[in-house]
Design a protein around this ligand. Sequence first.
Ligand code: TNX
Length: 489
Amino acid sequence: VSVIAVEGDPFVLRDGVRVVAAGGTTSVTTATLVAERIGRATGFPVAVVQEPDHGRSAVVLRLAERGEVGVPDDLPDELAAEAYRLEVRADRVDVVATSGVGLVRGAVTFDQLATVHNDTFRWLPCTVVDHPRFAWRGLTVDVARSFLDLDALRQVLDVMLLYKLSVLHLHLTDDQGWRLQLAARPELAARSGATAVEGGLTGTYSRQDWDELVAFAAVRGITVVPEVDVPGHVNAALHAVPALNPSGRPAPEYSGVEVGFSALDPGLPETSRFLRDVFGELASMTSGPWVHVGGDEVQTLDADAYRALVRAAADRVRAGGKHVVAWQEAATALAGPDVVLQYWDQRSGRDEMVAAAAAGARVVLSPAPHAYLDMKYDADSRLGLEWAGHIGLRDAYDWEPLDVLPVPAAQVAGVGAAVWSETVRGVGDLFWLLLPRLAAVAEVAWSAPERRSWESFAARLPVHGRWWVGDGLPWFAAPGVAWEPADGS
Ligand code: TNX
């Protein structure tokens, strides 16, 4: 939101620098993360202490009231929670926020402002006051078509941290695979964890994997939203659970890339038991407020059956104490202030979305021609789909969320990038699609339109290429940016 250069000497990282956690246990978690990151980047061991230590240079993390952070009075609480003030002076850096998440956001900005000069790390003195435009700054990752293991997801979360994203939405089930082990339904992962799209990776998350993932995300200020997609995209469930099929026999596994052909059968008693078991357990293992029920692209159900099944799933989520997220198609079935609808296909569903928003639903904007980062960059891209067109870096950057749908700004929860894995074979492919475009969508989600421009973005991006190389992440040297030589692929 604002950055002001200040007169004076730079802050120079020296041996013995401390990260001071001055805000109790909340700030200790963040301070530890900051210390690890500085230590890794610079080679200095950085200690975390609870009191400033006279005479030593320090990075001080502190919780404070809104006024001291510099948050405008009319800023909604969910945005104020992520606000921060960062003051860099010659011998001391202060990060001040109203919550632990705000400290995380400020600490990342501090990281990013480092410059390297004669082998020393230094920061120019400045004051930054900042807050996001939208609270929901998401990334949808499809681990159903092709699996990503816990280590891969940790890498994704570390990149999300760098871009101040707040929601990791995992698409855990689809026709091709079922990735989450559930105690109530072990057969789902046991059978359909071993399938994938043709050539894709298989695997599942145990309950322990899941809890570790959620904790790793939480330290980074990121909420995990699990999605089990119903009533369509369910072939993996039909493959694993014979009683979900009218024949009583398991559906064959599916490794193609068609969509829309599978659906739950509203007439089978097993269907409601399945919804109860799956969404009940999913809600209970979710620490965040949301569970995603899918709801997209069903071609084989009539409208009444579709609505009944989506509502049955949503009822289970609500009974588990969570809010419901669903794809835009569910706008005909769900409404109310506890519903979040994710809008992706601008070819349809506009009127239904407008009506649902008028009835209280909030919306997450994932317009495919800008936010579907599984599209090819251009005709020569070695990975990606093309149904929503090619998405060059500028396409991912140059769009205004509030122009996507005619709904009141207050109903817009935020923006979600998505990466589907029909063509992805492992985390390297994923990053090649995400970088640099994820940085573009992240800025769309964080910054108000009057404070961002393509020219400024493109000029700020080359150093990120150096960071990605440093972290060993594959990326695409998209045209339009003066990347540093020898970077990218
Ligand atoms: C549409 S987005 C889908 C996915 C595909 C994706 C490929 C959505 C709700 N459904 O099933 O993987 O396109 O880009």
